[in-house]
Design a protein. Structure first.
Length: 362
């Protein structure tokens, strides 16, 4: 059933206007391969999408709903895709973040741009999110996100969002990239190792330490990072993919790492996940009571050394503002992301639509 038909059937106040010859429909999981192909046609090559990554962040994400995802067609041709999310389960101590929604991604076939398809798709997503109570919409940044904001390297993307009513918050974040073949601790990290020797140990976590890792995040980083590490272990993630800093038997720091063999494709691995020598790092953090002693740099260096020992040569660190800190180990900005959001007046919301419930690939 087309979107217009469902909207008319459900009595939505403002059916979505679409360009002549274009129809907008709810996304169906059977379209996954076709949508991934269109993604790779539409985005710059640096954001090449692997089908298993797309599936992980949509069909396998319990927060994803086909009622907030849409495709556009021109005749039999797929013309575009857009999706959004509202939380369907609590994220650590952040809860369900009522009133917040996310526009996860939008893209249109290059030869069909500038005729209103992207606008129609985004408007469909926004109306669906509003009908589910969202009055603040963020561009990217969602749980199991594709992007932590609007990629600066995507020509015209910022202007596109601004024309749709999104406003730049002034915040930005970076993905960093470094070559870690034959990684060596930087001199200041080696000095910290000498100072910390006997008080702290740095190593991959052991298989029986998963609960201790969760407890560390619950104590020190009880929001999104806690949710993500618990999800990682639930999906079969190995404890050895967490590098820990220990004071005696207590975990006082942790760094998440990813390789092609990891059970989950972490955000730092997204755009390297099909490279045999690709790896990712992040997030990482040190307990508040143990900061200011150099643990962070030693933990970072230990994690990079471990990745190098697993034959990773190219590594990404995702969604960070700590460019100078990570730069101490040779990492440089690879992509910049701009934060955009739009507010929605309460009276602009429409009642929930009755989108068809498609089968879930779980």
């Amino acid at each position: 059933m087309s979107l217009d038909a469902v909207q008319a059937q459900d009595g939505l106040k403002t059916p979505c206007r679409v360009p002549a010859g274009i129809s907008v429909h709810y996304y169906d999981y059977d379209l996954e391969s076709e949508v991934v192909d269109l993604w790779n046609e539409s985005f710059p090559r640096r954001f090449t999408m692997a089908r298993r990554l797309f599936r992980q962040n949509t069909a396998l994400d319990r927060n994803f709903d086909t009622a907030t995802a849409f495709v556009a067609r021109k005749g039999g041709e797929l013309a575009g895709y857009a999706s959004g999310k509202v939380l369907r389960e609590p994220v650590g101590n952040l809860g369900l973040l009522p009133g917040t929604g996310w526009l996860s991604t939008v893209f249109v076939a290059p030869h069909l741009r500038h005729v209103g398809i992207g606008r129609a798709l985004v408007r469909s997503v926004l109306e669906s999110l509003r009908s589910r109570g969202a009055n603040r919409i963020l561009a990217g940044q969602d749980i199991w996100h594709f992007f932590p904001g609007v990629p600066a390297s995507c020509s015209g993307a910022a202007r596109f969002f601004e024309r749709l009513g999104f406003k730049a918050t002034g915040a930005c974040a970076f993905d960093l990239r470094g070559n870690i073949a034959d990684f060596r601790f930087p001199p200041d990290a080696r000095e910290y190792v000498r100072e910390l020797e006997g008080s702290y140990a740095f190593r991959p976590a052991k298989s029986d330490e998963k609960q201790s890792i969760i407890e560390f995040f619950a104590m020190e980083f009880p929001g999104r990072w806690l949710y993500e590490v618990a999800e990682f272990f639930e999906r079969g993630g190995a404890a050895e993919d967490v590098i820990v800093a220990c004071a005696g038997s207590d975990i006082v720091g942790a760094a998440r790492i990813y390789t092609r063999d990891s059970a989950v494709i972490g955000p730092s691995l997204y755009w390297l996940c099909d490279r045999a020598d690709g790896g990712g790092l992040g997030p990482m953090g040190v307990a508040a009571g143990h900061r200011g002693k150099g643990l962070g740099l030693v933990l970072l260096s230990t994690a990079l050394s471990e990745l190098s020992s697993r034959r990773v040569t190219v590594c990404n660190i995702d969604w960070t503002v700590l460019v100078d800190f990570y730069g101490r180990t040779g990492f440089l900005p690879w992509e910049r992301y701009l934060a955009y959001e739009c507010g929605v007046a309460a009276e602009a919301a429409v009642r929930p639509d009755a989108a068809p419930q498609h089968k879930r690939v779980v």
